[in-house]
Design a protein around this ligand. Structure first.
Ligand code: PLP
Length: 394
């Protein structure tokens, strides 16, 4: 035996096998509500118009592919600030770096927390996750050396946010613990906090000395760019130290280009400087520097008023389409009414894995086993077919 015989076998990615099953299904009316990407009315995940224009411009004007630094494209991270925070944030208490997607931002955040935790005396820096959550959250945190604690965020059967359980967990958390929050468009459940709930979370974060880690991966796909960041901004303002992992991969349709950013807020300039130097070190030992192309496109778009306006208009159209599908589902069957109040591409339906399998086998409706549906896989024309299928398995 060699060293690698000691590796533990890992399960195959179930989403990839779902993609293959859907691809090979000959039924023409098949519906794909599995993979988590936006789709237009024709089922395509298009390159956005402003991205195409920025690519043409970049091809013309880019004069070098020489290295940037571990912080990536600095101008990109600056231009995003007004969109994320509603304003330019002070450079002496905020660090912003480009990362390989939102995933890279989360990993970098986790490693920064772990680097601090290891040096700090005393217990600390447990990461609180509300369940269910994006299946990658806990593995990213534990891979970075952190301990995860959970509370129930959402009850799938009754389709309700368990806000009291969430608050009880946060009230019981220790100072220095980290609370990971979905900024908007919760994946997988679709149900976000309302304004007064965000205010209550901001209060408990400040009172208990918790560190918010906000995952903002779908800004603009819920109620609008400003609206989708409002809760996150309340919490960021309330906490002396905070982290925000951002993704441009959905709202710019850049998925495979891996475009993200990590913003770190430190309560004092000295602490912020410690965060900055450690973030740069951790970026260097992970990926040296992030891939350039996607972030350069976002920079070109946000540096140009006409391209920015066109990007916003197309994003508005995507969001409206999703919300029209949501309203049609909610109006079509009382059982689906909660979907009208959810936001973003996903909702978690109260279906068992068996029911999900039956939907696939007998009705050619493809969803992940948890019951998560990507509603961007529907159109107003296919909503009745989906409702009929769901009624048949219920
Ligand atoms: N956070 C959440 C909640 C997500 O759903 C995703 C992507 O599915 C990410 C982060 C990561 O996004 P990215 O593709 O930019 O790494």
């Amino acid at each position: 035996p060699t060293l690698f015989d000691a590796l533990a076998p890992q399960p195959a990615d179930t989403l990839l096998s779902l993609i293959a099953l859907h691809r090979d299904d000959p039924r023409p009316h098949k519906l794909d509500l599995g993979v988590g990407v936006y789709r237009d009315d024709s089922g395509a995940t298009p390159v956005m118009r402003a991205v195409k224009a920025a690519e043409a411009r970049l091809l013309e004007t880019q004069s070098s592919k020489s290295y940037l630094g571990p912080e990536g494209d600095i101008r990109y991270a600056e231009l995003l600030q007004p969109i994320v925070f509603g304003r330019a944030v002070p450079a002496d208490t905020f660090v912003g770096v480009q990362t390989p997607g939102g995933t890279g931002a989360l990993r970098l955040a986790a490693e920064l927390i772990n680097a601090a935790r290891k040096n700090a005396k005393g217990p600390g820096a447990k990461v609180w996750l509300g369940t269910p959550t994006w299946p990658n959250h806990a593995p990213i945190m534990t891979a970075a050396g952190l301990t995860v604690a959970t509370y129930r965020y959402y009850d799938q059967a009754t389709q309700t946010v368990l806000f009291d359980e969430m608050m009880a967990a946060l009230q019981g958390a220790a100072a220095g613990d980290v609370v990971l929050l979905h900024g908007c468009c919760h994946n997988p459940v679709g149900a976000d906090l309302d304004r007064s709930q965000w205010r209550a979370v901001a209060e408990v974060v400040a009172q208990r000395g918790l560190i918010p880690l906000i995952d903002l991966a779908y800004q603009g796909l819920g109620d609008g760019l400003e609206e989708d960041a409002a809760g996150a901004r309340l919490v960021l303002d309330a906490a002396p130290d905070a982290l925000l992992a951002y993704s441009c991969d959905k709202n710019f349709g850049l998925y495979r280009e891996r475009v993200g950013a990590l913003y770190a807020k430190g309560g004092t300039p000295a602490r912020t400087e410690l965060m900055r130097s450690n973030i740069l070190l951790l970026a260097r030992v992970n990926w040296s520097m992030p891939p350039d192309h996607g972030a350069a496109l976002v920079r070109v778009i946000l540096d140009d008023a006409a391209l920015t306006a066109d990007w916003r208009a197309e994003l508005d159209g995507m969001r409206s389409r999703i919300n029209r599908v949501r309203q049609a589902l909610a109006a079509g069957d009382p059982w689906l009414a909660p979907l009208g109040h959810h936001r973003g591409m996903f909702s978690l339906l109260p279906l068992s894995p068996d029911q999900v399998a039956t939907l696939r086998r007998e009705h050619a409706v493809y969803m992940v086993g948890s019951g998560r549906a990507n509603l961007a896989g529907l159109t107003l024309d296919t909503v009745p077919q989906f409702i009929d299928a769901v009624r048949a398995v219920r």
